[in-house]
Design a protein around this ligand. Structure first.
Ligand SMILES: *Cc1c(COP(=O)(O)O)cnc(C)c1O
Length: 505
């Protein structure tokens, strides 16, 4: 399997190169030259496998220059071995809960940081270490990451003390919850650093992108035997683990007798950077029986507007919402979808991305819009609607969900009402409700509760536990005892200095 850039497809690289490098030289994203296909018989075959075995099966289709033993070692390191029944994910990395007839919650937050990014970020560092030893033996990888909240902690936890790697995480100073902030600033490990940036997520992300493409900085790095790479969802090694759980949930529904082999399902994904839903799109293109993908946005509804109109326009106010990991105006992974919908037209993709950078908007050609319509629907909701949805799920089904998942649950319901499409729907649940205790408690108890410190959030989490009877996850309980290690905050302009200081350049 060879990989090409969305902005230049005449050069191919191996999967190891794509993962080690992160982003292509001209700024495009790596994608497989062609997607592998799975037959229904092959899907059926996986129905009785463990998650880990399903993962090895799917990953081996994409990572053809990794040996089966290497893939297995990475997968078991990330998701646990058979011989260790209770691992970081508590046994099953991606359990599915039946909410009511025809609606299922795919819970992707049973990992060490209680958010779905663990699914990819426990695996990526292992894939990256293996990839670097193949294509750049002896080099040290330096990871720079901008986070809107959950990525940062998950990346830190994933790379923590992985030999041959260093990681620095930037987060927007006012754009993550107190709990998320403490999760990051208290991170343990010798090879990592955390810094706040004055501004919003897009400021932090743009800053990191600028560092990646700064030739002088790259040169100083090379002199020290280091290379930059990315743990953001633009890295193919972040995306490929996400394809696995869509096959896995289908297999679980099959094994539980909830669906018949070949039956089409809908999937609703709370979307920010477009990585999670893109993985679902790839799964569909690989042969997984998916009817429609419903893109759920919060008030930063740039993606739902795009899916409805074919026009992507980032020139709009940025809103800080109760689902901060979806507070994004430039969804990096959409570039991969544009490339796919255009039939692999690299110059068109490069042109659209260029227009976005220069003019802040673009419109896709009618032919591409038609293909988009065949597969995607979009719904957005505001904070009040998301809060009502949390309350509704708690009241009707005694089910607690976090504000991101609530956006998707709302979208699933609204989509059904508007279209009459009653296909079984898998709602992707992306964070533990205990990561956002004030929002969830306010919504579930029907009374406004606010926390202005991590300490107060812990108290609210305890009250939420008493109200719901749903136990708090261990990693969040342990956080209470952790001191903050990283108090730094810098301006956008000073990010380079922060990196140089950390790496000793
Ligand atoms: C990152 C994140 C999302 C958005 O996923 P994308 O792949 O960026 O679209 C949704 N919910 C939570 C909790 C997240 O951490």
């Amino acid at each position: 399997m060879k990989y090409i850039s969305t902005r230049r497809k005449d050069e191919t690289v191996s999967s190891a190169q794509a993962i080690a490098q992160g982003i292509s030289r001209e700024g495009g994203l790596f994608v497989p030259e062609a997607l592998p296909k799975l037959s229904l018989a092959e899907i059926q075959e996986m129905a009785h496998m463990r998650y880990q075995d399903r993962a090895c099966r799917i990953l081996s289709l994409f990572l053809s220059d990794f040996s089966p033993e290497e893939i297995r070692a990475c997968v078991e390191g990330a998701y646990g071995e058979e011989s260790v029944p209770t691992d970081k994910f508590g046994g099953n990395p991606a359990p599915v809960a039946k909410l009511c007839p025809d609606t299922y919650m795919l819970e992707l937050w049973h990992g060490p940081t209680c958010a779905f990014k663990d699914m990819a970020l426990q695996l990526l560092p292992r894939l990256m270490a293996a990839a670097v030893s193949k294509v750049m033996p002896g080099k040290k990888v330096c990871i720079l990451t901008a986070t809107s909240g959950d990525t940062g902690k998950a990346a830190l936890e994933g790379f923590r003390d992985v030999p041959g790697t260093q990681i620095m995480v930037f987060y927007p100073q006012h754009g993550v919850s107190e709990m998320q902030k403490l999760q990051m600033t208290s991170q343990e490990g010798k090879n990592l650093s955390v810094c706040a940036v004055e501004g919003n997520f897009d400021d932090a992300q743009t800053g990191v992108k600028r560092l990646f493409t700064d030739p002088a900085l790259r040169e100083r790095l090379a002199e020290k035997g280091m290379v930059f790479s990315s743990a953001n969802s633009i890295n193919w090694g972040r995306l490929v683990p996400q394809i696995v759980y869509y096959f896995s949930v289908y297999c679980d529904l099959l094994a539980d007798g909830e669906i018949a082999l070949g039956e089409l399902i809908n999937i609703t994904v709370p979307t920010g950077n477009f990585g999670n839903i893109l993985a679902a799109y790839y799964a569909k293109e690989m042969g997984l029986p998916i009817h429609r993908l419903i893109c759920a946005s919060n008030r930063n509804n740039v993606l739902s507007d795009f899916i409805q109109t074919g026009i992507y326009n980032k020139k709009r106010p940025f809103h800080a919402t109760s689902s901060p990991s979806m507070d994004i105006l430039v969804s990096s992974n959409l570039e991969r979808l544009l490339f796919a919908l255009s039939g692999g037209d690299d110059s068109l993709t490069a042109d659209l991305m260029d227009r976005l950078a220069r003019e802040g908007e673009y419109q896709i050609p009618a032919e591409m819009k038609k293909k988009l319509d065949q597969c995607f629907s979009a719904v957005w909701c505001d904070d009040a609607q998301a809060a009502q949805e949390i309350g509704r799920l708690f009241e009707s089904f005694s089910y607690l969900c976090d504000p991101h998942t609530a956006v998707a649950s709302f979208a699933c319901r609204k989509y059904r009402e508007e279209t009459g499409d009653l296909t079984k729907n898998v709602v992707v649940s992306t964070a533990s409700p205990y990561k956002f205790p004030s929002s969830v408690l306010s919504a579930a108890a029907g009374k406004r509760e606010e926390a202005s410190s991590a300490e107060e959030e812990f108290t609210l989490a305890q009250r939420l536990e008493q109200l719901s009877g749903v136990p708090q996850p261990q990693p969040l309980l342990q956080l209470r005892k952790m001191p903050a290690r990283f108090a730094g905050c810098c301006s956008k302009e000073d990010m380079e200095q922060a990196v140089s200081a950390f790496l000793g350049l």
